[in-house]
Design a protein around this ligand. Structure first.
Ligand code: HEC
Length: 119
C-alpha cells in the first residue's frame, strides 16, 4: 500500500501499547528487536543496527514518530529499516505472505502506541 495511505490508515486507529510491546520485541512478528535495543529486552537479546528505542517517545512528536516508522527512507534514503506496511519491492517472499507487509495496520498502530510510552 502507498505510504500516504498507510500513514492515514494508522493515524485513524487506536493502538494497544501492551500488544505493541509484544510485537516489537518478538523475533517472529515485529522483527524490530533484531535491529533495536529496547526497554524490556536484555541487551544481549537485541540487535544494535538501529538506535536504542528507549526514550524515542520523548524524542519525536506523535506525527513524526509515525513517519519515522512508516517511511524510514524519508529520513535516510539508504536505510535498512523495512517499512512495516509496505508490500511492494520485496524479494523472495513466501507465497503465503505475498502482498502483505511485515505488520498489519492494527499491529503498526499498537507498536506506535507503545513507542509513545517510551518517555
Ligand atoms: C533491519 C534493521 C531494522 C529493523 C528490522 C527495524 N529498524 Fe527501526 N531503524 C533501523 C535503523 C538503521 C534506524 C536509524 C535510521 C536509519 O538510518 O534508517 C532505525 C530507526 C528507527 C526509529 C527512529 C529512532 C530514532 O531515535 O531516530 C524508530 C522509531 C524505529 N526505527 C522503530 C522501529 C520499529 C518499531 C521496528 C519494528 C516494526 C523497526 N524499527 C525495525 C533499523 C531497523
Amino acid at each position: 500500500m502507498p505510504d500516504v495511505t498507510a500513514l492515514a490508515l494508522v493515524a485513524a486507529l487506536v493502538g494497544d501499547p501492551v500488544q505493541g510491546q509484544a510485537i516489537a520485541s518478538s523475533r517472529s512478528t515485529g522483527l524490530c528487536v533484531l535491529c533495536h535495543a529496547m526497554p524490556g529486552v536484555p541487551a544481549v537479546h537485541s540487535g544494535n543496527i538501529g538506535p536504542d528505542l528507549a526514550g524515542v517517545g520523548a524524542r519525536y512528536p506523535r506525527a513524526l514518530l509515525r513517519e519515522r516508522l512508516l517511511m524510514p527512507e524519508r529520513f535516510n534514503p539508504q536505510t535498512v529499516m523495512p517499512a512495516p506496511l509496505r508490500s511492494d519491492g520485496l524479494q523472495r517472499v513466501a507465497a503465503a505472505r505475498a502482498g502483505q507487509g511485515v505488520l498489519t495496520p492494527q499491529q503498526t498502530a499498537d507498536v506506535l502506541a507503545w513507542l509513545e510510552t517510551l518517555q
